[in-house]
Ligand binder design. Structure first.
Ligand code: ATP
Length: 345
């Protein structure tokens, strides 16, 4: 059973997480830091929502506001339409059992065994030892660590430690899992296996996942939706497809698009950006075009990814200067129903 004492997480009439006009200012003797400014965000049940931005952009503060570990200076956080500012301390504690959290540094109890680490949150809420042990073993099975139940965290790899942290976060049957840079300390292969596990948890257990990261590859690999945060503000939100095909914020454009600033004006006027928005197949469009039309086209930049089986991203090509050849190229691409844009910037 989910811990739904405080709110009904299954009510799909409301976003599971809604943030309205949220500001967070830290006051210290060195002055004020406006960590978050006018944040508005809606996350629906079942989504894997990425919040991406550079270091210091305000990501961790935002995620800590979602479970009220940090109280907003202004604005509201609504979880399944309940305003967290209206909850008393006990209700907030109950709420936090329904919102699991994992961190970059795992935060395990180093002097306790793996199974004890997973049992810990259950014992805190008064679960009997035998029942907690049974549940912890089920969770260790989910994260693939049954055989490490009696090991200590120091005997585990980084990826295994994060699996223990995930099992611990799942112990109280949360409806939401907040992941704050959960893979930033891991190598690429381990990162992929943890992201796979999170995807599995999302699909099999129906848990909504919020992922804080500075890595676009993490968003690419796992997220359904994304918000870009720059200098304390959200500058763009949308599906992962949106952001890879039509990035709007400066940060996303610079990360996803080629660095067109480095192109000479002459190359820019003779270039086209082809946007792959997931509607085309993986056919080798450029080589087919060269063969079919007999024109010279070179690829200046390619960033086309396979995301959930769809081709998404950008391809910048240099097209012929000759007017007739140029038209042939444009017609060919239009016939293929590709989105074609001028290279700007
Ligand atoms: N408790 C605090 N007191 C004062 N300033 C803080 C506090 N917590 C965060 N800040 C400041 O708020 C801003 C946003 O910090 P935050 O940790 O949310 O960024 P971030 O995007 O998560 O960065 P990183 O990826 O480096 O963790 C930073 O300027 C930071 O110094």
């Amino acid at each position: 059973m989910r811990n739904d004492a405080v709110m009904d997480f299954n009510n799909e009439n409301y976003p599971i997480i809604k943030i309205e006009n949220l500001y967070k200012t830290f006051y210290s003797k060195d002055g004020e830091v406006n960590a978050l400014k006018d944040i508005n965000l809606e996350i629906n049940k079942g989504e894997i929502y990425g919040i991406i931005g550079m270091s210091g952009a305000g990501k961790s503060t935002l995620v800590r506001c979602i479970n009220y570990l940090e109280k907003p200076t202004k604005g509201r956080v609504l979880i399944s339409n309940k305003d967290l500012s209206k909850l008393n301390d006990k209700e907030l504690r109950d709420l936090r059992h329904s919102i699991g959290m994992i961190f970059q540094q795992f935060n395990l109890l180093m002097q306790e065994t793996v199974i004890k680490n997973v049992m810990f949150p259950l014992e805190i809420i008064g679960t009997k030892k035998e029942e907690a042990q049974k549940r912890a073993l089920e969770l260790l099975d989910i994260v693939g660590l049954t055989e490490k139940a009696n090991s200590y965290p120091a005997q585990l790899s980084g990826g295994q430690k994060q699996r223990v942290a995930i099992a611990r976060a799942l112990a109280s049957n949360p409806s939401v899992l907040l992941c704050d840079e959960a893979t930033s300390a891991l190598d690429p292969n381990t990162t992929s296996s943890i992201l796979e596990l999170l995807k599995d948890i999302n699909q099999k257990l129906g848990i909504t996942i919020v992922i804080i990261t500075h890595e676009m590859s993490v968003v690419e690999e796992i997220c359904t939706h994304v918000a870009v945060i720059e200098n304390s503000r959200i500058t763009e939100t949308g599906t992962v497809e949106d952001i890879f095909t039509h990035p709007k914020s400066n940060w996303a454009r610079n990360t996803i698009n080629p660095d067109s600033k480095n192109m000479s004006p002459d190359i820019k006027t003779n270039s086209l950006r082809i946007v792959f928005d997931g509607s085309t197949t993986h056919e080798p469009i450029i080589s087919n075009m060269i063969l079919d039309l007999g024109v010279k086209v070179s690829i200046l930049y390619a960033n086309v990814k396979d995301i959930e089986g769809k081709a998404l991203g950008q391809l910048v090509i240099e097209i012929p200067k000759d007017k007739e050849d140029r038209e042939k190229v444009m017609n060919y691409l239009n016939e293929k129903n590709l989105v074609v844009e001028k290279v700007e910037g």
